[in-house]
Write a protein that binds this ligand. Structure first.
Ligand code: SF4
Length: 222
């Protein structure tokens, strides 16, 4: 039974994160960007790191990439009350550079805590860093995309990061935005229990990955 005024584990960890100085990213941030949406929902989107607008507002995915994600979520009947959105690292890297391995390791306990709290049914990894974090393989998103995986009790659907998709060129006749759209249809299908309802285009970029996906862990969704 919940005790009035009690602090849940995830709230305690959130408060800890907001004051975190575990890595050098603490030095340049405006604020820690913990999460957006509903951490009690079934779907967790994981991006890379806060950007300029996220750092200022303290909310993940609030710029053009966030607007694109919201639009695409709306197309499958979801919004930020029905999903959670977080990043691999919670503070903005200077100049929007990639997060470094030691920064990802330092921030790992916070994402692990979010995963443990949510126990999501579906994890959507947005781009290379989140995909590698969850799949625990040095795989590129272009190779990982187009498959579903089973990890942490969830169906994992890797897709392009919306920011990269906005900058990206077409692959095989399909725009990166349409590729995300197709992947999100799979999210809807998994939630509806109809994973084989509609085919999804295969991975768009056939550039070889550093490591093949674990075939035994791939699901036959795509
Ligand atoms: S990025 Fe993560 S580990 Fe580094 S200071 Fe921010 S919250 Fe702490």
């Amino acid at each position: 039974m919940a005790v009035e005024g009690a602090v849940t584990d995830i709230e305690r960890i959130r408060r800890e994160a907001l004051a975190c100085t575990r890595c050098r990213l603490a030095e340049g941030r405006t604020q820690v960007v913990w999460a957006a949406g509903n951490l009690d929902s079934d779907v967790l989107f994981i991006g890379e790191a806060p950007g300029f607008h996220e750092d200022r507002q303290g909310v993940p995915f609030v710029g053009a990439a966030g607007q694109l994600l919201d639009t695409l979520l709306g197309e499958i009947g979801l919004d930020r009350t029905r999903v959670a959105i977080v990043n691999v690292v919670k503070c903005r890297p200077p100049g929007n550079r990639d997060p470094l391995p030691d920064e990802i390791d330092a921030c790992r306990p916070y994402l692990e805590a979010q995963l443990e709290h949510m126990k999501p049914r579906v994890i959507v990894t947005l781009g290379n860093f989140a995909t590698r974090f969850i799949l625990e393989q040095p795989i590129g998103i272009s190779r990982a995309r187009g498959h579903a995986y089973r990890r942490r009790g969830a169906t994992v659907i890797p897709t392009f990061h919306p920011a990269a998709a906005l900058r990206g060129s077409r692959f095989g006749g399909l725009s990166p935005v349409d590729a995300i759209r197709a992947d999100l249809r799979r999210v809807r299908a998994v939630l509806d229990g109809t994973p084989a309802a509609s085919p999804v285009p295969a991975a768009l970029d056939e550039a070889p990955a550093e490591s093949e996906p674990d075939a035994a862990e791939q699901l036959g969704l795509f």
